[in-house]
Ligand binder design. Sequence first.
Ligand SMILES: C[C@@]1(CC(=O)O)c2cc3[nH]c(cc4nc(cc5[nH]c(cc(n2)[C@H]1CCC(=O)O)[C@@](C)(CC(=O)O)[C@@H]5CCC(=O)O)C(CC(=O)O)=C4CCC(=O)O)c(CCC(=O)O)c3CC(=O)O
Ligand SMILES: NC(=O)C1=CN([C@@H]2O[C@H](COP(=O)(O)OP(=O)(O)OC[C@H]3O[C@@H](n4cnc5c(N)ncnc54)[C@H](O)[C@@H]3O)[C@@H](O)[C@H]2O)C=CC1
Length: 307
Amino acid sequence: MSSNQVGKPPTRDEKDQDESYPSIQPGASLLLALRLAKRPILLIGGGLVASQRLYFLLESDAEITLISPGPLHPSIQYRIDDPSTSNQIKWLNRPYLGGEDEIKVKDFDLVMTAIDDNELSKEVCELCRKERVMVNVADIPPQCDFYFGAQLRKGPLQILISTGGLGPRAGAMIRDIILNNLPENIEDSVKGIGLLRSDLRKRAPGVGGELGQKRMDWMKDICDKWGLDKMKQFNDDDLRNQILDQGWENDRQIIGPDDLQGHASISRMSMIKDKISSISLEGVTGFGLGVTIASLAALYMSRRGSQ
Ligand SMILES: C[C@@]1(CC(=O)O)c2cc3[nH]c(cc4nc(cc5[nH]c(cc(n2)[C@H]1CCC(=O)O)[C@@](C)(CC(=O)O)[C@@H]5CCC(=O)O)C(CC(=O)O)=C4CCC(=O)O)c(CCC(=O)O)c3CC(=O)O
Ligand SMILES: NC(=O)C1=CN([C@@H]2O[C@H](COP(=O)(O)OP(=O)(O)OC[C@H]3O[C@@H](n4cnc5c(N)ncnc54)[C@H](O)[C@@H]3O)[C@@H](O)[C@H]2O)C=CC1
């Protein structure tokens, strides 16, 4: 595989079962989504970079021990004073003393330094290596076990851009391109599909085995059939039940949006939005017979009239 090709691992898609395996290109970071709720994390430093680390750690529900002499970056002080986050942060108002310190790196799941003291950063890194604790050293990339990246979050949707340490600012610019081009309210699609998956798991519980395969195949085909935009409709309880009743319970058929058009439970406003967007995307002929701007307007007026 040449360096400008996009490699990907095996997938569940039949079209990918061609037994051609891309060559491995070493040197990448392993991108993961760490679940840190209630995990003890040590953050050393109290400047701008530490304030950025703190923000993401708080959003991850971590339990943070922050060691830095004051005055702190104002946003750190704000989080310490704010009752909604103060109990997640234990602040020790003093310098960290490295190996001599009574706070030991081995008592934490992750360690992060964001200090202007290169020698201390190196020492913390060595302590972490010895104890096999993963460490991010903001000022010495080669010593990092993990890098941060430019991030964006829209509800459950999170995207991280890594440039492998080459261009953090460039990574942030790429993040902004993605942000500006994401479909509107994409997070509602993610929430909707999450609800459908969870309802399916209630009807077909268990892990692995034949049932697990069938569940995954069905979910995959439902995703492909509805597409990202229409997944927003899965936030409607009745609609989800209908898809599961008529589809999963009925020989695991794949029910698409067109199979349910007449159902009153689909929010009319979302129908109108979908129809208008398919008209603008595909033209009236692509959209199908019988739908006119006039009927959309009538539907809209009747909806407004009934409110
Ligand atoms: C290796 C890494 C280690 C790590 O921090 O985990 C690292 C290292 C270093 N960054 C430095 C400088 C800057 N960092 C930023 C910004 C961010 N840096 C972030 C990540 C990373 N930075 C990791 C690799 C990320 C990747 O692989 O792409 C971001 C994405 C995420 C975050 O930190 O949360 C965040 C953007 C968030 C956002 O905007 O949303 C800016 C721009 C700005 O501040 O606006 C500048 C100045 C301009 C520039 O250099 O581009 C220096 C000092 C260099 C020097 O002294 O000259 C070092 C140390 C070095 O390189 O030696
Ligand atoms: N990874 C990244 O995104 C970036 C990394 N950097 C690097 O990160 C480092 C920190 O950057 P800033 O936050 O902007 O610096 P800063 O100068 O604003 O903050 C440094 C903080 O470290 C604290 N500190 C110093 N010695 C300490 C000790 N022994 N124990 C505890 N805290 C101590 C200071 O009190 C201060 O709060 C810089 O050295 C820089 O090289 C800089 C920019 C971006």
